[in-house]
Design a protein around this ligand. Sequence first.
Ligand SMILES: Cc1ncc(COP(=O)(O)O)c(C=O)c1O
Length: 445
Amino acid sequence: MSVTRLNTDGSQRAFREAQEVLVEGVSSPSRGTVNFGEYPIFLVRGEGAYVEDVDQNRYVDLMMAYGALLLGHSHPAVVQAIHRASAEGTLFAAASPVESRVAHLIQSRVKAAERVRFANTGTEATMAALRLARGLTGRSRFIKFEGHYHGWYDDYLVSAHPHPYSDLGLVSDPIAIPESSGLPPSALQQAVLVPWNDLDRLEDALKRYRHEISCVITEPVMANMGVIPPEPGYLRALEKLCHQYGVLFILDETVTGFRLAPGGAAERYGLMPDLLTYGKGLGAGLPVAAIAGKREYMDGLRWGGVLHYGTQNASHIGMSVAEANLSALKPGVYEVLENMGERLENGLTTLFEAHGVSGWVQRVGGMLQVFFGNQAPIRDYRDFCRYASRARFSQFALAMIHHGVYLSPSYSLHSVLSAQHGAAEIDRVLEVVDYVLGLQEGGHQ
Ligand SMILES: Cc1ncc(COP(=O)(O)O)c(C=O)c1O
């Protein structure tokens, strides 16, 4: 199949109209011009590994709703569950048997999930987990790693996006950079910032602040600075340090949960976190999230303890989809993610060499990011801010989109495979990469 530049006039028109009613024409700023350039592509349909836009262009999808769709778009088991559950009643806001079934499915995959509480988004889950850790310990500060994103709750919105390296301060005393207007001043004082993948700095902070700190929260793989894997043994050692210094260990599996292994990163890296948070891949496109963990801690959410409410929690439709989703996530899915991830990584590496491009891939299973620059690998936030070329990535990603591969154009996010990405899809992606790199060598887009 040849590669051509798509006509996306319909998206351009739709964007003009959307701006008359929606702030920036979108419902989350990352979907707008900050990442997509002149106008975003307006999608109307998804099937397997593909999405279609308003102009009826078909794209291989490497964004997969930011990782929510492990089974791909419109998987028959998910569609069926939505039909059945919506006919039964979308929401009861009452106790229902399907919640226990989903909690059992989580428990059967995640050893540390002795108790589960459902929520709707990753942000809600991480917010509740922090409140729980604070309630249990009576301490309000927490350790957050530079460059980790845990949702848009005030206290987490510190040094979560890339910034010029010169703004970061010393590694021994990072400057807390607010990511939003409207944060109360106290929010900036809650997080003790520590560089990730650095056990010595973590232990220093634990020694210094142990009596003020409720928990350490971490992404298991840095997934909001491209893809940065943990150093071998790092997460196990982090868990040990948390126990040694008497603070709770929260593993934020919003991105990695049920993706990196049936039991997520906890299984892949052999961890027994005190608390875990889930979102994205749990609900297969429906807003379903969860806080899980050891019973002695999770029981802090009982009535009279730490408050966590939600009319939409464990909706009938969301739970029914989560049940169908988890039941369909069989071991074969993880083989596909690993094998296709490897095929894509190898193909990209070969093409970068062939085109003389100074780029590389960082990957864990079916999540990967392409980096452009001269300092491989990127090991932490500071490397990312200093060495990853945003302009080059954006130029590459937008050209890919306009030639039929839909991927996140934000360089701090990453590409995501699903169970529906087979050799044909990967090879098509590589064909488009080959074409786009060729174009860019010639100075066109
Ligand atoms: C690691 C991590 N935690 C939490 C969140 C917040 O999840 P949500 O967007 O569902 O609120 C995200 C979102 O990307 C995330 O990447």
